[in-house]
Structures are given as structure tokens and as C-alpha cells.
Design a protein around this ligand. Structure first.
Ligand SMILES: Nc1ncnc2c1ncn2[C@@H]1O[C@H](COP(=O)(O)OP(=O)(O)O[C@H]2O[C@H](CO)[C@@H](O)[C@H](O)[C@H]2O)[C@@H](O)[C@H]1O
Length: 491
């Protein structure tokens, strides 16, 4: 059976700050069903014992960067995916990112992962690395021809902090890109992918390449674009115990109480007819926050619409939104926090979801919104192009509202068109149902990942990888931990 180790800083539901956590938490369990022995290696953050049982005894003790670390083996809650936790005091605080030592502790983490795969009894055939935190692994793995590497770019904008210090820590000279772990991985990984076909093309241009467009164009032969899925088991409006009233595509009339409950919960006027818009996001420039700050006061001023924002991020946007909410009491609510349960209630209660991103590698939130019958209003960029299509009431087609240019008025027009369409309940309901019927499950995208794994191992693409004997023992017997749907720590 092919063995794959995912190395990442996040894995939902244990540690999730954004979409990468969703991917690393959901894809391995689907791949295991397809017959691959997939495991995860991630840091042992200080808040993990609140969410799961971690054994006291490590399965392995190693050394890297003159430090001793321990590796604990557990199981990702709600799945059968074995989880290796990298234990070192630098991760014992209750945070995932930020801090003065961000560069150092993630370099240590990547070093620890390398030592682990070189020396531990279970050896992967493929090391699947995610984002800058794990970027040096493909460089170091060049001394191990028996281990292939795949690198997934979730967000090109984050290429690692304090690069001059990174170079001193990675012990890799400039031609190995020791100062920029994202570039290092792109250059040295056997295959590279990003999380949607459109973004895979866009990042070869200066507008989206974040200064790596030259390198990305150069390696385009080994570059793939695979659209993300969502965890349709965890995020299922028919069974979600965090929402007021479960509903499905054929029982969409049962969705209405969720809107009233949400209005009540976040302090909005109870108004069944108001056009309720939602945002669940990291509050950063990428997500089009400047368009929101510019246009929402006008839109709220001229219509009877309402807005709820759930997110954390840049202090500037947090302050702007907070100040705006003060100008629209009962019409706008800002929740500056990370809360998975509330995010589900926003998806289930709002009429529309705003995502006017400046750039978007894929985007998970718009898919979650559609799954919960919330109509996305998005800018046509990156993965939003691949997952949302424009509503055409004449032909009853499309799943949301899309605009093209990153201009306040274009965004405004899209919101006006959506709020006008909302006045026709039957058509609006059919639009919601079209979104809910989309197949965003990981099963579809997992097949494309399998193709990549076969390609990197040099296996024939049209033949199954697993042998009959393997199929009988699809996964090693590991106990399944009960699911903890507790939200992760704030950023
Ligand atoms: N305050 C809050 N409370 C609760 N939940 C919150 C929250 N803020 C955000 N979330 C959740 O975090 C996830 C956000 O995922 P996205 O993919 O939309 O964006 P992100 O930019 O983080 O991911 C990056 O990586 C992913 C994965 O590849 C790409 O899809 C994306 O384009 C790229 O920018 C969603 O599951 C959302 O519900």
C-alpha cells in the first residue's frame, strides 16, 4: 500500500486558522478510503489536550537543530487517520501562528519532520507538504531518492517571515532558496499543485505571482491545479447540531428559523424580509475587505439589508468594521472572534455570502455557504471562478453572483442585483437549491490527487495502485477517536 505523510501546520478540527486546516483535516480520510495509507504530521500545540486524548509516552524521540523533540502518536478525531504530533516547548503555547519565533519554530518543525521520516520505522513513499512552513522538506529530501515530494500551495502570499533569518536557520544557500521556503519547495518538489486550475494559471503572472511568477512559469510542467473540496460529513445542514433547525435541499422551507435565530443571537433586528448578508473570513487584504469597508455603508444606507461579519485579522479592518457597525445599530453586527459553531449558523442563516476577494487560491467558505443554502456574491478570481457561476434567472442556471473587476462599483452592482433577485422568493429558492446540489465533496478532487501520487511514483495512471491483498487491509487497525467539534484557537 502506498504510504503518504501529510506535513502541515494545521489540521481541522484540532488546529484550524483558515482553509489549509480544512484541507489537511478532510483529504487524508478520503484518500484512506481509496486505499492509501495516509498519515498526518503536525505540531503538538499547547491547546490540543483540550480537544483530544494525547498519549503520555512518545513513540519516538529525535534531535534537530541541537534540540530534542518527541513525537506522539494519536488519531485525528472523528477519523481513522493516524496523527503524529511533534512535541517541543516552542509549540506549547496556545497559539498556531504569530510570535517572534515563528520562523525558528516552523524551521525546527520541518527539520523534525525530516528526521522523523528518515529514522522512524514507518517510512512514507511520498511526503506531501503544505505551505511555507514545510517548504524546505523537498530540498532536504533530495538526499533520499526513495521518498518523493509533493508540495501544495494554499496561499502564495505567505512566503515565511524574516527571510534573512530563515537563511541562517535552514543552512541552505541562495541557490537552494534557503531564504524563501515557498520558492524552495516550488523549485525542488517533484510535483507542485495549487488549489484550483484558475489560480494555477494566474500565479504565472505578475498580478498574482507574489514575485515568484518567473519561477512558477519555469516549472509549469510539474504544476497542477486541483480544486479543493469540503468535508461534507462535518458540514451537513441536515445533521448539523450547531444550527437551530436542520434542513436539506428538499426541505429548504425549514431553513427560515435559522435566519431569525441568527438575527437574535448577534443582536440584529428580527426581520424575516431583510436581505441578510454574511462574511466568515480572516480579515485581511486578500479577502477584499477594502471593498467591503468602502461600499457596505452605502449599501446598508440605501436598502433594508443587514450584515454579519465573523472573523479576526488585521487590526485596521477590525477597527473599521467595528466603527461601521456602530453607525448601523441593529443592521450590522461584527463578531471579532474565531468560532466554528457560529460560522455554521452564519452559513445556515444568511441569505447571501460576501467574498469579493482580491485573489483567491480556491476558497472554502463560498462552498460551505452554498452547501448551507447561502448564495455567494464573489469576485471572479482564482478558485471562485471554478466553484461559483453567475445566476441567470431566465434560464434558471448559475449558483451565485459574480463580478469581474476589483472595483467598488462593480461589487456594489453585484450586491444590488442579488438583493433585487431576493425579492422573488420562488426564483431565489431555486438559486439556493442549485447551490446546495453542487457536489463539493472531496471524493471528486481526491481522484485527482491520486493521479498526482501515481505520477510522482511513476505508476501507470490508468491502473489501480492497490493490490487485492492491500484492499483487504485497507488501513492499519487504529482506533477512531470521537469527534470534537470544538473551535480551534484564535489566530
Ligand atoms: N472567524 C472564523 N470563525 C470560524 N471559522 C472561520 C473564521 N474565519 C474563517 N473561518 C473558516 O476558515 C475557512 C476559510 O477558508 P478559505 O479557503 O475560504 O480561506 P483561507 O484564506 O483561510 O485559505 C487559504 O487556503 C485554502 C485551502 O487551500 C484556500 O481555499 C484559500 O483560497 C486560501 O486563501 C473556512 O472554513 C471558514 O469557515
Amino acid at each position: 500500500m502506498v504510504r503518504i505523510l501529510f506535513v502541515a501546520a494545521e489540521a481541522a478540527p484540532l488546529a484550524k486558522v483558515g482553509g489549509m486546516g480544512d484541507v489537511v483535516g478532510a483529504l487524508p480520510k478520503v484518500l484512506r478510503k481509496l486505499g492509501y495509507d495516509v498519515r498526518i504530521f503536525m505540531p503538538y500545540y499547547g491547546f490540543l489536550p483540550d480537544k483530544m486524548e494525547v498519549p503520555d509516552k512518545p513513540v519516538w524521540v529525535g534531535n534537530a537543530m541541537f534540540q530534542t523533540f518527541q513525537v506522539f502518536q494519536a488519531v485525528l478525531p472523528g477519523t481513522d487517520v493516524p496523527l503524529y504530533l511533534f512535541g517541543h516547548p516552542s509549540f506549547s503555547q496556545r497559539r498556531v501562528y504569530y510570535g517572534e519565533d515563528e520562523d525558528w519554530r516552523f524551521t525546527l518543525f520541518a527539520n523534525g519532520a525530516a528526521e522523523f521520516v528518515w529514522n522512524y520505522e514507518w517510512k512514507p513513499d511520498i511526503l506531501h507538504c503544505h505551505d511555507w512552513h514545510t517548504g524546505m522538506l523537498p530540498v532536504w529530501m533530495h538526499q533520499s531518492p526513495d521518498i518523493s515530494t509533493i508540495y501544495t500551495i494554499h496561499n502564495l502570499a505567505y512566503q515565511g517571515p524574516w527571510r534573512w533569518r530563515l537563511e541562517q536557520m535552514t543552512w541552505c544557500p541562495w541557490y537552494m532558496q534557503g531564504h524563501n521556503t515557498m520558492a524552495a519547495a516550488v523549485q525542488f518538489a517533484d510535483l507542485v499543485n495549487t488549489v484550483s486550475p484558475t489560480y494555477a494559471e494566474q500565479i504565472k503572472t505578475p498580478a498574482y505571482g507574489e514575485t515568484l511568477e518567473g519561477l512558477l512559469s519555469f516549472i509549469s510542467g510539474k504544476m497542477r491545479g486541483i480544486v479543493n473540496g469540503i468535508d461534507t460529513e462535518r458540514y451537513n445542514p441536515e445533521k448539523d447540531r450547531y444550527i437551530m433547525e436542520p434542513f436539506g435541499v428538499d426541505t429548504i422551507e425549514r431553513r427560515a428559523p435559522n435566519k431569525i435565530a441568527l438575527q437574535e443571537e448577534v443582536g440584529l433586528e428580527i426581520n424575516r424580509g431583510a436581505f441578510l448578508m454574511g462574511i466568515v473570513s480572516r480579515l485581511v487584504e486578500q479577502k477584499g475587505l477594502d471593498l467591503i469597508v468602502q461600499m457596505l455603508p452605502q449599501f446598508l444606507g440605501f436598502t433594508n439589508s443587514q450584515l454579519i461579519v465573523l472573523g479576526t485579522g488585521d487590526r485596521y479592518y477590525e477597527t473599521q468594521l467595528w466603527e461601521m457597525a456602530g453607525r448601523f445599530p441593529g443592521r450590522m453586527s461584527v463578531q471579532l472572534l474565531y468560532n466554528d459553531a457560529l460560522s455554521r449558523r452564519v452559513y445556515a442563516g444568511c441569505d447571501a455570502f460576501l467574498m469579493p476577494s482580491r485573489f483567491e487560491p480556491c476558497g472554502i467558505s463560498q462552498m460551505m455557504a452554498m452547501r448551507y443554502g447561502c448564495v455567494p456574491i464573489v469576485r471572479q478570481t482564482g478558485g471562485l471562478v471554478d466553484t461559483v457561476s453567475h445566476n441567470n434567472p431566465a434560464t434558471d442556471s448559475g449558483t451565485g453572483y459574480c463580478f469581474d473587476r476589483y472595483e467598488p462599483l462593480d461589487f456594489y452592482t453585484a450586491m444590488v442585483r442579488a438583493s433585487e433577485a431576493y425579492r422573488f422568493p420562488d426564483k431565489w429558492q431555486r438559486l439556493q437549491q442549485r447551490g446546495m446540489r453542487q457536489n463539493f465533496s472531496w471524493e471528486k478532487s481526491a481522484v485527482e490527487y491520486v493521479r498526482m501520487y501515481k505520477e510522482v511514483l511513476g505508476l501507470p495512471l490508468d491502473e489501480p495502485v492497490v493490490t487485492a491483498a492491500d484492499e483487504l487491509a485497507v488501513a492499519p487497525p487504529v482506533a477512531t477517536q470521537p469527534s470534537t467539534d470544538k473551535p480551534a484557537a484564535t489566530k
